[in-house]
Design a protein around this ligand. Structure first.
Ligand code: THU
Length: 139
């Protein structure tokens, strides 16, 4: 990211830190996210499960809802890392469809989605992961 002080590796480290706070008594699958605003501010999120399973919130949406509820709408990138709780991530954890749609509400097609398997990093754009999407301008 040329116009921000943080790089994708550092953003991933913040996602891994957030992952430590995941509340996952049912799936035991812990996910962390770190959402980068265009001014360099980062909002972290983890998945928060619920005994009534559909009430679960993904890590990505936790980060977005924290940021938007604080008045932010200016996002550059999100890093995501997930895997079995208590273990280091060993595979990439792409955002679910609901989270992609939430990103679509606030971000352009160039918004960066950064995945880590604990070693390598893969970077995509929202346009790549949610093509031909429905957004605010369609209403
Ligand atoms: N989960 C996330 O937090 N983010 C993703 O990108 C995929 C799935 C969570 C939801 C649930 O708590 C657990 O992972 C298993 O689906």
């Amino acid at each position: 990211m040329e116009n921000t002080a943080i790089n994708f590796q550092e953003l991933t480290e913040l996602a891994l830190q957030a992952r430590e706070r995941a509340y996952v008594p049912y799936s035991h699958f812990a996910v962390g996210a770190a959402l980068l605003c265009k001014d360099g501010t980062v909002y972290q999120g983890c998945n928060i499960e619920n005994a009534a399973y559909p009430a679960t919130n993904c890590a990505e949406r936790t980060a977005f809802f924290k940021a938007v509820s604080e008045g932010r709408r200016d996002f550059a990138a999100i890093a995501v890392a997930g895997g079995p709780a208590g273990e280091a991530p060993a595979a990439f954890c792409p955002p679910c469809g609901v989270c992609r749609q939430v990103m679509r509400e606030f971000c352009g097609a160039d918004f960066a989605i950064v995945l880590s398997d604990g070693g390598k990093i893969q970077a995509y754009t929202l346009g790549e992961l949610l093509p031909c999407s429905f957004g605010p301008e369609n209403l």
